[in-house]
Design a protein around this ligand. Structure first.
Ligand SMILES: [Fe+2]
Length: 335
């Protein structure tokens, strides 16, 4: 059966400004439903880029872990190079990133700065915030088409650069990011993953990695704006937080920021433009407890909107994709 006829097995509600929504009422339990529908669900994602499944009634972490396992074709990925801490529920099942509830997590593609990243993101909501907190999605080709040609051309040619600084006071730890604190092991990881690094006199570590800003979808060949240039740039930080970090660590010592691939800083106006384009393309639906969401991580960017109240959203990353299989525009040398 073709992918589109698989997708036709499930009736999806398409409304402007919202992600595709699939209403279901499983006769048995959610885990069985996921086992029976995972092929059709993937077909829906292939056709629309994402889908929110409502009515599964996911109740707890154990049930969510079991559902994620049904949906993961080749297992759940272990996260490396995270930019914010997460709680681990089970192997490969995490909380959403710890990020101030009143601050947005702007549109991004998960781990777009790695040489291997998830092709599909799984999200499950166990408790919904009282206000805000949606996981927004935006089509990466639509975002690319809406950007100024000269900016895209430059970033396609130069790529973009993620610069990170690790110290013991702020941001993620070496263990959280590299899975080890051992200097030699961190260096090996960096060499194997095309990350340049420099140990600082105070024991801190600075890393930088250059990546393609535009890739081709490994299945459809569509050109996709695929990066974290805006979200991880210093100008996306809350102005007070930015000022504090620059005062404390210096402009060169921020936990993370992004640059043009050649090393030039990216202006506040460019970052603002990128975030505005995403905002114009954002589709959102407030979470309800029990919801499940699948997002094609290359075709769709996702965000987390500011919220109030409790919010428990579990995350799984599946279908690893190698950057090398996405027609990168920038060459990387991994040792
Ligand atoms: Fe994310």
């Amino acid at each position: 059966m073709s992918s589109s006829s698989q997708a036709a097995l499930l009736e999806v509600d398409l409304q402007p400004g919202k992600p595709p929504i699939l209403h279901t009422r499983p006769a048995g339990d959610a885990v069985r439903w996921a086992a029976e529908h995972h092929v059709a669900l993937r077909a829906v994602v292939a056709e629309h880029g994402s889908v929110l499944v409502r009515g599964l009634g996911l109740r707890d972490a154990a049930e969510t872990v079991a559902v994620f396992h049904q949906l993961a074709r080749t297992g759940l990925m272990t996260e490396r190079e995270a930019f914010a801490s997460r709680r681990t529920y089970a192997e490969g099942v995490y909380s959403s990133s710890k990020w101030p509830p009143n601050q947005p997590m702007c549109m991004h593609h998960e781990l777009s700065y790695r040489l291997e990243f998830p092709g599909l993101m799984l999200f499950a909501c166990l408790s919904a915030p009282t206000k805000g907190g949606a996981t927004g999605v935006a089509d990466s080709t639509a975002a690319l088409d809406a950007l100024p040609g000269d900016l895209v051309e430059r970033l396609e040619r130069e790529g973009w650069m993620l610069v990170r600084n690790y110290n013991e006071e702020v941001g993620t730890s070496l263990a959280e990011v590299f899975g080890t604190e051992d200097r030699g092991a961190v260096e090996s990881y960096c060499r194997a993953n095309a990350i340049e690094f420099e140990w600082q006199p105070d024991g801190g570590l600075c890393t930088w990695q250059r990546r393609s800003a535009v890739v081709r979808h490994p299945v459809t060949g569509r050109r996709c704006w695929f990066n974290q240039i805006a979200f991880l740039n210093e100008w996306t930080l809350d102005p007070e937080v930015h000022e504090f970090l620059v005062d404390t660590y210096g402009a060169e010592g921020l936990p993370f920021t992004t640059r043009f691939g050649g090393g030039d800083p990216i202006g506040e106006d460019v970052v603002q433009l990128l975030n505005e384009v995403y905002e114009a393309k954002t589709m959102r639906e407030p979470w309800q407890a029990g919801d499940l969401m699948l997002v094609d991580n290359i075709r769709s960017a996702h965000s987390r909107e500011p919220f109030t109240g409790p919010r428990e959203v579990l995350v799984g990353m599946v279908d690893p994709v190698r950057l090398a299989d996405c027609s990168p525009t920038v060459k990387v040398n991994a040792g």
